[in-house]
Write a protein that binds this ligand. Sequence first.
Ligand SMILES: [Zn+2]
Length: 351
Amino acid sequence: MRTVMVGGLGLGALLVSFAIVFLLWAPATATSVPTPASASKPAIAPATAAAQAGHQAAQAASPASALADSTASISPASPPPRLPVSVAAAPSCRGNPEALGISRTVEIDTTDGPGFGFEHFKQHDFLQPGEVVLTFDDGPWPHNTPAVLAALAANCTKAVFFPIGEHAMWAPEILRQVAAAGHTIGSHTWSHADLLKKTPQEAKDEIEKGISAVHGALGAPAAPFFRFPALRHPPEMVTYLGERNIAIFSTDMDSLDFKIRKPDQVIASVLAKLKKNGKGIVLMHDFQRATAEAAPELFRQLKANGYKVVFLKAKTPLKTIASYDEMIFKDVKLPTLSARPTSNVVRTIAE
Ligand SMILES: [Zn+2]
């Protein structure tokens, strides 16, 4: 009798266990198989897992010290530490004559990969005197990118961001804030490699992995806007981007903010170059601390000097290539429901 009772209890417990296991298994499975085709959902989980994995690996003290100060050599060995991220509140700019604002929004048809920025391209002169396009490269990065976002929001103005793929995977939540604020997000390769030093295939991989990483982090397409790291343009890759219908953005003036440690010098650099050019696409870095600190005063001075911001949007979103999406997700280990430490899960019971 006792045996039967125990057996009955055992069966009941077994059924309950199955039910629990199924309940736990079902949602875990649903989110743990990332497929590029359904990027909007799964992108969030693996990207977050990547950021968490990155966090565990991160030993770097601060973003400013973790990275080289040349755009040509940005290749951080470790992801940034995860910092609490606060969403910048966008104040109403109505009745605020001090806000920089947006004077007009321009849609770019990226068919055949047009080039912009007079440092390298001469085709399209679309800005009027006094008009500026704000662009920020190399993010997303803790502290600095949110600081730039806050300054943009306080001015009710918008910019184009060119994030690095690896950074996007380390800090997807920050890149999603950039998107949520309505800015345009292009891409800037996977690891900020100098593409002139790569084979055509390697360069293509850098470009496409960067695009897939931005898409993966956002759970939404990037704009077909691309900027070459350190503005180094291999001719084959210019052709390739044309075939992909991706617009190339050089610059009209490089703030060289990555070489400048002091915010007031970043402001002076941008204003001096704008004064000389009279208008233009301005290249800055949301990745750089000095630029992040300079942003509020820079925007104030742009307004005071009568500059007007032109915001660029893409006519169509950019489609990723499935094999590169898979490459991105392959690097991201699958998340599981269990968050227990290994010492609680694996225990030596005999030696
Ligand atoms: Zn860069």
